[in-house]
Each structure stands twice: as C-alpha cells, then as structure tokens.
Design a protein around this ligand. Structure first.
Ligand SMILES: CC(C)(COP(=O)(O)OP(=O)(O)OC[C@H]1O[C@@H](n2cnc3c(N)ncnc32)[C@H](O)[C@@H]1OP(=O)(O)O)[C@@H](O)C(=O)NCCC(=O)NCCS
Length: 286
C-alpha cells in the first residue's frame, strides 16, 4: 500500500477530533449523506453500521466527516466516506481513510469510488477493477422466463455459500439481516434479495450462475415492485452490450443513474467460482 502521511497541521488548527462511529452519530451522518445527494435513510445507515466499525470526525462537537469499514472475513469494504463540503481539501478525507484502512487490518479492501473520491483512493494505493452501474426508476412488471420462488431464512446457509463463492465475502450476518427485512427470491442457480432502501426498494445482491438466472431474478423483482421505485447496482456490465443486464434494467423501467468505479487494494487472487455477483447489496457493502 502507498505510504500515508500524518494528519496535516490544518486538522489540528481546526480542532478536529476523531471518535468511533456509534448509533448516536447516525442523525448527523444522515445530514452529511443528504447534503451530498445520497438517498440513505437512517435505517440504511443503521444497517451499514450494524456490520461495521467506523470513525467520525468532529469539529466543535459536530460530525463533519464519516467513514465505515465493514469486515466480511478476508475482505473489508470501506464506505460512507463523506466530508462536510465546508471542510474539504484540508486532509480530512485522507485522515478518515487512514483510520478505516487500519480497521480493515490485513484484509483485502474494496470500495466504490465517486469522482470526488477517486484521486484520494488512487493515492492510497487502490486500483480500479470495474464499474458499478446504478439503475433506478418506477418498475415495469415483466414475467420471469425461469422459475423464481420465495425463500426463507432457512435457506441462509446455501445463500452464504453462493455469495462467498461469487464475491469472496463471508457475510452471513448481513445476508440474514436483509433477508429478515426483505423478500428472498430463489432460482435453480441463484438468489436475490429485494428490500427497502433509500427512495424505495433495491434488488441486491443478485448472485447467479449465469445471466439468464440473474435476468429472471430481476424480472421477479420487477413484478413484486411494479409501479414502485426500484434500484439496482449492477456489477461491471458494459452498457452497450446487447442482452446485458444494464439493457434489461432499462427495459424494466430502471434508467441509468450513474454509478461508480469499483476499486480494490491489497487484493488476493480470486478463487474460480461457478457463481457471479451481478448486483451488489449496495455500493457501500459490495
Ligand atoms: C471524497 C472526499 C471525502 C474527500 O475529502 P477531503 O477532506 O476533501 O479530502 P482531502 O482533503 O484529504 O484530500 C484528499 C486527497 O485527494 C487529493 N485530491 C482531491 N481532489 C483531487 C483532484 N481532482 N485531482 C487530484 N487530487 C485530488 C487531494 O489533493 C488530497 O491529496 P493529498 O492527501 O495527497 O494532499 C470529499 O470530497 C467528499 O466528501 N465528497 C463527497 C462524498 C463522496 O463522494 N465521497 C466518496 C465516496 S466513495
């Protein structure tokens, strides 16, 4: 990893202090994420925090920066990295990153970068590995072309196996939490979860053996969410690829809404797997 610098004197001049992120910080963290146009609700912050350790930056007792490290076995995702607009450009983003990188210990680190964050992450040694395509809109119902049924928490061991094979992340706690709160969709070669997030519903993860199964899971989500706001964060599908999931998402009424750059640091070689992650749980949690 690239050598990091000590906190700049600007931070001590501005009397910035750092504390572990706790539930008591969620209300102010929510103000920061709203200010940057992110759709998270307090519940979405709480879910992220429930599987994370994190840090807040405080100025005069007010939260002016946030960062979380979500450890899932040998991999951690770094997320919710935000600095109050009035405090940017003084080294605070770097100082928060250094702290959550330390929380990740020896794990492989992953994140999804915005244009704002990209230069900082590159300086810290993260490398771009692909794109995340955010699609969202009012869902049009399209019947699935393969059988999809509703699963239950009893299926969790199988889901964890498929998810870990696809992503390298071990996240039984997170999957159990979102299945308990949302709808589990299962197909012969994969699964997906539809749950509340941000402005409406999100489908993610989508884990499947092949794109046809992933399409069927998306179609079932479109049926269940017809006429309502639905979002999906697709992994590395080229937008112009005929038959790709981004094209299919548009057919379901989910227009392109930007996305981010997937980045890894300290990456370990990935094991070969029959399963792929077609959509993230969220940009924060991979
Ligand atoms: C990304 C963000 C957290 C950075 O916070 P910040 O406090 O301004 O960051 P810093 O002041 O520590 O600057 C970070 C580094 O990036 C560099 N940098 C910033 N913009 C740059 C650019 N356009 N080109 C090159 N380098 C740039 C800075 O020079 C600095 O480098 P240094 O540490 O070597 O001096 C902040 O812009 C933010 O909250 N953006 C909105 C939310 C967001 O997009 N978060 C990222 C989610 S992945």
């Amino acid at each position: 990893m690239t050598q990091t610098k000590p906190d700049s004197t600007a931070l001590s001049r501005n009397k910035i202090s750092f504390e572990p992120f706790t539930q008591s910080h969620i209300a102010e963290a929510l103000e920061l994420s709203r200010a940057v146009g992110w759709p998270h609700r307090a519940e979405d912050w709480a879910l992220n925090l429930s599987v994370s350790e994190g840090v807040v930056a405080l100025a005069n007792g007010r939260v002016v920066g946030t960062a979380l490290c979500s450890s899932f076995g040998a991999v951690a995702t770094l997320n919710m990295i935000i600095v109050d607009a009035a405090m940017r450009g003084r080294g605070l983003g770097r100082a928060l990153m250094e702290r959550v990188i330390a929380l990740g210990e020896a794990r492989e680190l992953r994140l999804v970068a915005t244009a704002d964050g990209l230069p900082l992450y590159e300086k810290l040694g993260f490398k771009a590995v692909g794109r995340i395509l955010q699609h969202q809109g009012v869902a049009n119902a399209a019947p699935p072309e393969l059988p999809v049924t509703t699963g239950t928490l009893n299926d969790i061991a199988g889901l964890v196996r498929m998810d870990t094979a696809a992503s390298g992340l071990s996240r039984e706690g997170l999957l159990s939490a979102i299945v308990a709160e949302g709808d589990l969709l299962t197909a012969a070669g994969g699964f997906a979860v539809v749950r509340g997030f941000g402005r409406g519903k999100v489908i993610g993860p989508i884990v499947a053996r092949d794109a046809a199964t992933a399409r069927a899971l998306m179609a079932e989500a479109s049926v269940r969410c017809a006429g309502r706001f639905l979002r999906v964060d697709l992994v590395g599908q080229a937008e112009d690829e005929g038959g790709g999931l981004a094209v299919y998402a548009r057919q379901l009424g989910l227009a392109s809404a930007g996305g981010g750059i997937a980045m890894h640091c300290c990456a370990r070689p990935a094991e070969a797997s029959d399963f792929n992650t077609y959509a993230f749980v969220s940009q924060a949690l991979g």
